[in-house]
Design a protein around this ligand. Structure first.
Ligand code: PLP
Length: 455
C-alpha cells in the first residue's frame, strides 16, 4: 500500500518530475499535477499506489485484450522465462517465434504466409514501407520509379521518421516537416470532418475519386497505398464510410500497386473480427500488427506478407536483395510466448463470440451520450469509439484548445474510477475486449458525470 520506501508516493512523484520524459505529454499539464502512479492491475482495472482502482478505459494505450494478469498469459510468460528470455532471430531461431509465425499465417487473410517480426507498431509499418519500396527494385522486372506512397489525411502510423512521413496529423508531425519524404495524400475519409457535409457514401466516392486522379497522374510511381482499415484511431476515432477500404483495394489492383493495412490498433478483435480488413473482405499485401498481438503484455509486432513479395528478396552477398532491416528484440521469445497464450485464450474463452452484445451496448451508450449538450459526434467500430465534444454543435466549431476540455473531462473521470486518455476534445473509449456490460456502464456513467461536471 505504498509503505515500502521504494513505493513512497511523494518521493516517486519527485523523481518522476525530475527524471522521466513522458511520451506525447504536454509538460505544463503534467508538471502542474500529482502524477497518477499505477502500481498493480487486475482484470479490467488498474490500481494506483494508494490502492484506488480505475477501469482501464483505453486498454493501457489500446493494447490490453483479455484483461490484466490473465492467469494463462502470466503462466505462459513464466514458463518461457524458465527456458529462455531472449535470443535473436538474426541467423538463428527459437520455438515461440516459429510457432507464432505459423499461428499468425493460419489466422490471417489467405496468402499472408510470411511473417516478419519486430517490436512495436511503428516498426511494423516502417518494415512494410521499406519492404514495399525494396520489392519494386528487387523483383525480376524491376520498377525503380515506384518511390511514392499514397496515404490518408490525418493518418497516424507511428513515430519513426518513415511513419511520420506517412502521417498527416499536424500537431504531431508538423515539427519534422523538413526531414520527411512527400506522400500523395487522399483527403480524410470521414463525413464529420467534411467541410461540405456530404453523406458517408458521397465522402467515400469523393475520396476514392481523388485517389483515382492521383493514380492517373502518378500511377507508375506509386510503391504502395498505406491505410488504417475501417477507423483512424489517433486521428480521433474517425470511422470510414462503408466500402472505402474495398475501393482502395480495387484501385491498387487496377493500377498494379501494393496495399499496406496498418492494423496496429484494430487487429486482434478490436473491431469485432480478428482483423478489421476481414469486414470488407480485403486481403492486403502487407498486414501490420502490434499492440494487441501479445494481449497488451509485452512489446512485439509482426508484418505479414505474401510469398510473392518474400520471393523477391532471395539474394546473396554478391546480389544484395536481402532485407537489411531488423531489431535486437525482434520476435522476443517472452513476447512470442505471450502472443501464443493470447491466441489460446481467444479460442478457449471464445472472445470474438462474446463481443456482439457488448458492441451493441457500447453503441447504445454512445447514442445516449450524444443527447448531452455540446456533443458534436459519436462514432465507433467494435469496441473502439470516440465522443467529439464541440463548442457549437451546429457549426461544429471546436472549443478553444487552451480550455483542454478533453483532458479536463478525463481528469475528472478519474474521480469516478475510470482512466481514459482523450485525443484533443475527443473522448476515447477502447476498453479491454473482456469488459462486461456492467463495466461499460461504469465507464459511460463516469464519462457522463465528468462531462456534466466540467462543462
Ligand atoms: N499505427 C497505428 C494505427 C497506431 O494506432 C499506432 C499507435 O497508436 C502505431 C501505428 C504505432 O504503434 P507504437 O506506438 O507501438 O509504435
Amino acid at each position: 500500500k505504498g509503505s515500502a520506501p521504494e513505493l513512497d508516493p511523494v518521493r516517486l512523484a519527485e523523481w518522476d518530475h525530475a527524471h522521466v520524459w513522458h511520451p506525447f505529454t504536454a509538460r505544463d499539464w503534467w508538471e502542474s499535477r500529482e502524477p497518477l502512479i499505477i502500481h498493480a492491475a487486475e482484470g479490467v482495472e488498474l490500481i494506483d499506489l494508494q490502492g484506488r482502482r480505475y477501469l482501464d478505459g483505453v486498454s493501457s494505450l489500446w493494447c490490453n485484450v483479455h484483461g490484466h494478469r490473465h492467469p494463462v498469459i502470466d503462466q505462459a510468460i513464466r514458463d518461457q522465462l524458465d527456458r529462455l528470455a531472449h535470443s535473436t532471430l538474426l541467423g538463428v531461431t527459437h520455438p515461440p517465434a516459429i510457432e507464432l509465425a505459423k499461428r499468425l499465417a493460419d489466422l490471417a487473410p489467405p496468402g499472408l504466409t510470411r511473417v516478419f517480426f519486430s517490436d512495436n507498431g511503428s516498426t511494423a509499418v516502417e518494415s512494410a514501407v521499406k519492404m514495399a519500396f525494396q520489392y519494386w527494385r528487387n523483383k525480376p522486372d524491376p520498377e525503380p520509379d515506384r518511390t511514392l506512397f499514397m496515404t490518408l489525411g490525418d493518418a497516424y502510423h507511428g513515430d519513426t521518421l518513415g511513419d511520420v512521413s506517412l502521417g498527416g496529423i499536424e500537431l504531431f508531425h508538423a515539427a519534422f516537416g523538413p526531414l520527411l519524404f512527400p506522400t500523395l495524400r487522399i483527403p480524410t475519409p470521414h463525413p464529420y470532418r467534411d467541410p461540405q457535409r456530404r453523406s458517408p457514401d458521397q465522402v467515400r466516392d469523393h475520396c476514392l475519386g481523388v485517389a483515382e486522379r492521383l493514380f492517373q497522374t502518378h500511377g507508375p510511381q506509386v510503391a504502395a497505398v498505406v491505410a488504417e482499415p475501417l477507423i483512424q484511431g489517433a486521428a480521433g476515432l474517425l470511422v470510414h464510410p462503408p466500402g472505402f477500404l474495398k475501393g482502395l483495394r480495387d484501385l491498387c489492383d487496377h493500377y498494379g500497386t501494393l496495399l499496406i493495412c496498418d492494423e496496429v490498433a484494430v487487429g486482434f478483435g478490436r473491431t469485432g473480427t480478428m482483423f478489421a480488413c476481414e469486414q470488407e473482405k480485403v486481403i492486403p499485401d502487407f498486414l501490420c500488427l502490434a499492440k494487441g498481438i501479445t494481449a497488451g503484455y509485452l512489446p512485439l509486432a509482426a508484418t505479414l506478407t505474401h510469398e510473392r513479395i518474400y520471393n523477391a528478396f532471395l539474394g546473396s552477398p554478391e546480389c544484395p536483395k536481402t532485407f537489411y532491416h531488423g531489431h535486437t528484440f525482434s520476435g522476443n521469445p517472452l513476447a512470442a510466448a505471450a502472443a501464443l497464450a493470447s491466441l489460446r485464450v481467444f479460442e478457449e474463452e471464445k472472445t470474438l463470440e462474446t463481443l456482439p452484445p457488448k458492441i451493441a451496448h457500447l453503441r447504445h451508450r454512445l447514442e445516449r451520450f450524444a443527447r448531452l449538450p455540446q456533443v458534436g459526434d459519436v462514432r465507433g467500430v467494435g469496441l473502439m469509439a470516440g465522443i467529439e465534444l464541440v463548442e457549437n454543435v451546429e457549426t461544429r466549431a471546436s472549443f478553444p484548445p487552451a480550455w483542454r476540455i478533453g483532458a479536463r473531462v478525463c481528469q475528472r473521470a478519474r474521480d469516478y474510477g475510470v482512466l481514459t486518455r482523450p485525443l484533443g476534445d475527443v473522448l476515447v473509449i477502447v476498453p479491454p475486449l473482456v469488459v462486461t456490460i456492467a463495466d461499460l456502464d461504469r465507464l459511460f456513467d463516469a464519462l457522463e458525470a465528468a462531462w456534466n461536471d466540467v462543462r
